[in-house]
Design a protein around this ligand. Structure first.
Ligand code: PXP
Length: 239
């Protein structure tokens, strides 16, 4: 099990004042020094947090692996090819949403995804697809040659009753097993925090967890290094 950290919300705080601090580039370095196995950032079409300058510098400083989250657009494909992250995670993107609300609808735009995946593969970039915990999406991801599926854990994180939590966990586990049997790497993320991460991390097929908001939130009080280490300790990961 590995921990990748999404640093978007360091930039969200910066953008709240339109100033030049806090700098997500420095956050990337601190997360790596604290033991993160990868850095994730989402370059949105509206540049509401991470911007082009950030991405360029983050690419330069990240020594573990950089996972660029992006929408499947021509503009983003060009940026990815110029930036050469180790991984691109394709996510759905809506202008009005506060955060990525659901997994990709691969079927709706299958040939676009297929083309983008093949362009990225030609540059040796691994491609992850952010999907809901649903077997049909796994089959589709496999068909269009995704390397990784990232399972959207947002619904698991939001439901409240024990019964619903178990239902969501079981969907995540079934989806993980299927993808792993098909030879794909399985990761998970969205809405995971210090209280709810362990049952997801216990699913053996999931090799990496991606967390942003809860770690950056804790960092406001404890500092970023401590917040990263607290999560690594919880996950029982070596620093
Ligand atoms: N994975 C993906 C694909 C995401 O879009 C996000 C949110 O940007 C995350 C993981 C991290 O979610 P959170 O900030 O809720 O930890």
């Amino acid at each position: 099990m590995k921990l990748a950290i999404n640093i978007d919300h360091v930039a969200t705080i910066r953008e709240a004042r339109g100033e030049n601090e806090p700098d997500p580039v420095i956050a990337a370095g601190i997360c790596e020094l604290a033991g993160a196995a990868g850095i994730v950032c989402h370059l949105r079409e509206d540049r509401r947090h991470i911007n082009d300058r950030d991405l360029k510098l983050i690419r330069e400083v990240v020594k573990t692996k950089l996972d660029l989250e992006m929408a499947a657009t021509d503009e983003m494909l060009k940026i990815a090819i110029d930036t050469l992250p180790e991984i691109v995670t394709l996510v759905p993107e809506k202008r009005q949403e506060l955060t990525t609300e659901g997994g990709l609808n691969i079927l709706a735009d299958k040939s676009r995804f297929e083309n983008i995946i093949s362009e990225l593969h030609s540059k040796d970039i691994l491609v992850s697809l952010f999907i809901d915990p649903d077997p049909a999406s796994v089959d589709m991801a496999f068909e269009i040659k995704a390397d990784i599926i990232e399972i959207h854990t947002g619904k698991y994180a939001n439901v409240r009753s024990e019964k619903e939590i178990l239902t969501e966990l079981s969907k995540i586990a079934v989806t993980s097993r299927l993808a792993s049997e098909l030879g794909m790497i399985v990761t998970a993320g969205h809405g995971l925090n210090y209280q709810n991460v362990l049952p997801v991390a216990a699913i053996s097929e999931i090799s990496e967890i991606s967390i942003g908001h809860s770690i950056i939130s804790r960092a406001v009080f404890t500092g970023l290094e401590r917040a990263v280490k607290d999560m690594l300790d919880l996950l029982n990961l070596k620093k």
